[in-house]
Design a protein around this ligand. Sequence first.
Ligand code: PMP
Length: 427
Amino acid sequence: MTKTNASLFARAQQSTPGGVNSPVRAFRSVGGTPRFIERAEGPWFWDAEGKRYIDYIGSWGPAIVGHAHPEVIQAVQQAAARGLSFGAPTEAEIEMAEEIIKLVPSIEQIRLVSSGTEATMSALRLARGATGRDKIIKFEGCYHGHADSLLVKAGSGLLTFGNPTSAGVPEDFAKHTLVLDYNDAAQLEEAFKTAGNEIACVIVEPVAGNMNLVRASDEFLRTMRRLCTEYGAILIFDEVMSGFRVARGGAQELNGIVPDLTALGKVIGGGLPVAAFGGRAEVMKHLAPLGGVYQAGTLSGNPVTVAAGMATLKIIQQPDFYTNLSTQTRKLADGLAAAAQAAGVTFAADAIGGMFGLYFDAKVPTSYAEVMQGDKERFNRFFHKMLDAGVYFAPSAFEAGFVSAQHSDAIIEETVAAAARAFSELG
Ligand code: PMP
């Protein structure tokens, strides 16, 4: 039997729930058959049927220098040849820590982990351990990985602690999480007035990328910083997605707000599993073996994954890397918006650094509620037309997109031309 995406999907569903190892890959939101990827290079990947796609997911963020970059591959091969894992410290881990500390000034000390989920989960535990408080604040539409306390939706009243969004999360955990509206500074102020002395931390995506792309307003972030300082709560920037993606120093470089802790992932592993959390030394010292907050990992700081991360961090420091990346991403967003307008399709687009958002709506949204007003059915039709044309956008109207340093003018132009055809057929 010839191998097709459909035959692989049918086979995958026999051995793996839903046929995928992470839910969004299953195309549930857009319908149709997921593409099974065989290989990737630069801005492209190829599926099991040999079809080539321009990739605007980049592994959901990590592939910022393009797929299979020769310097990253060589670093991985050389590290692998020296042994895959030691369970003992290495100089490479020190170098990686020093490099991140150099690039993100709010980070004085850092610990490496293997996934974004681990980074945010550990940062929460640290914040709770350091403050001796249980309650946390998160915002609707922000995703911080799948730790229990973070899979929580708003309670029935706005300032009511939350309910689980996933089966298997005890109410007893969710009740410590207060879920507020993104970009609503007044509501945050109200929450601190009511329960400020019980709040261990506020966790936020300073550029949200998990409800499509939504910018945080200056006022929102400034209010958050002020309230955390006033009430002795820890401000955690979840920059797993925005870190080294929207700017070299992450969203905090763009908005000038200094968080107490930062979670990183994606780009810092260059496609292999590396994530990290770090921040003020005074907070980080609460971690074991120095302090009472336990956190550990068999493969934390793994020599092969760290080699991929370090090679990637070197490339992104080349002159004009972010200027060029931002220019290409902006060209894509503006090109798509112009093509939609020419076809009379209600559409908006936004771009920050190497990240972009596409909205089937008249304006760029500022909150989860506004994102939800977009025309999801139109997005789904657009997605499939683009997929057929060899352009792979995120398979959901509620995810951001990613451009790499290998997305040349020709690639962007090819994308915009395909989009112009798709928009004109949307009706
Ligand atoms: N935080 C943010 C902002 C993310 O975007 C993600 C993943 N998309 C995570 C945390 C979780 O990271 P991981 O999937 O590596 O566990």
